[in-house]
Design a protein around this ligand. Structure first.
Ligand code: FAD
Length: 317
């Protein structure tokens, strides 16, 4: 079933979450162990992130270094198929522009279609660590909107090459990313929203947001989206802060601000346990207010750890 069908048919705010594929060489059991405790909150779908290649250097003879391209977290599509099979719920694979030619994207979409996966979150992806700006593959997509256009074309039976036109249509429900505090490369929120609108006009049917810690930024984001004619459902993304490491890592990595009241409380924490207490309590309050405001779904970033999300969900759902 499509994400938009779940959202449309809901009686109250839904619960969903995002997981990361395990590191290369680790088994899928850890994924199931993370999902199992969250199943009692009846997620209609689970998102699975996509991680592109990165370069590692291996020491070789005579002091030489060999540059090797590797994907540390492969398995997005396989995990989606495993989720559908094991839990009989929907899975939403993330698909990115980075590292893919349009041809490879089409092949990936054909695989998803054959597996009966009819949801995709379409993203650009970040630059790889060795690049300061995003560089698309030759004949790849520069922006998420171009990926969305390709998926939408496939939904109309329009494949890349003339000889395979008017073939079987895919049936993907396309999601796009939104940033309540703006995307870090954008001049300002106004231009970022204009590009978000392009993604919707190209065929994205709902928006999932970057994590945020100030609900006012989300409410104002939704209001500004509505003002420029973005009418699709907007799903807020939330992440409980659970460790001292998170305090520096989350703002730096995701380009987000923490409100004063939260940063004041975190500054007083001396241990991970204290941070977790503050972070979970904050996320519970955020979730309750958003639920009260009637958001279609609360979407949690587990970043590989589901216990804090479980504590939040227990208090909210
Ligand atoms: P875009 O929509 O292409 O926007 C990128 C930037 O370009 C923005 O500043 C935008 O304003 C600007 N822009 C957009 N269109 C145009 C245009 N036509 N002309 C000029 N400028 C334009 N990353 C991963 O690698 N894997 C994941 O699984 C993943 N999951 C995510 C899930 C969510 C919910 C979110 C919010 C982000 C996720 N990301 C993931 C991170 C995402 O890939 C990065 O934030 C990336 O930098 C931007 O992706 P985007 O799809 O928003 O890009």
């Amino acid at each position: 079933m499509k994400v938009t069908e779940h959202l449309g048919g809901r009686k109250e705010t839904l619960f969903s979450f995002e997981i990361l594929p395990p590191l290369r060489g680790k088994g899928i059991e850890a994924i199931f162990e993370g999902i199992d405790p969250l199943m009692e909150f009846e997620p209609p779908f689970i998102n699975v992130t996509y991680h592109r290649e990165e370069y590692i250097y291996k020491q070789r003879d005579k002091g030489l270094l060999e540059k090797i391209s590797t994907r540390k977290r492969p398995g997005t599509v396989g995990i989606c198929a495993a989720i559908i099979n094991k839990y009989k719920i929907d899975a939403v694979p993330h698909l990115i522009c980075g590292g893919f030619t349009a041809e490879e994207t089409e092949s990936a979409l054909i695989d998803l279609h054959f597996l009966g996966i009819d949801n995709v979150l379409a993203l650009r992806g970040d630059p790889i660590k060795s690049e300061s700006t995003f560089v698309p593959e030759p004949n790849g997509h520069r922006f998420a909107v171009e990926l969305i256009q390709q998926i939408e074309a496939l939904n109309r039976g329009k494949y890349l090459h003339e000889e395979s036109q008017n073939q079987q249509r895919t049936n993907f429900c396309i999601g796009a990313a939104g940033y309540p505090e703006k995307h870090y490369e954008s001049m300002n929120l106004k231009t970022d929203l204009a590009f978000l609108k392009q993604k919707i006009d190209a065929g994205a049917e709902y928006i999932t947001t970057q994590m945020f810690y100030d609900n006012d930024s989300f409410f104002s984001f939704v209001e500004r989206c509505r003002k420029i004619g973005i009418k699709v459902p907007i799903i807020p993304g939330l992440k409980p802060i659970t460790s001292l490491k998170h305090i520096a890592f989350l703002p730096k990595t995701f380009h987000i601000d923490l409100p004063d009241a939260l940063s004041d409380a975190l500054m007083r924490c001396k241990s991970d346990a204290e941070v977790r207490e503050v972070g979970v309590a904050w996320c519970i309050e955020q979730s309750k207010e958003l639920k009260q405001a009637g958001v279609p779904c609360l979407h949690y970033y587990t970043m590989g750890r589901s216990t804090a999300v479980r504590d939040v969900a227990k208090a909210v759902f």
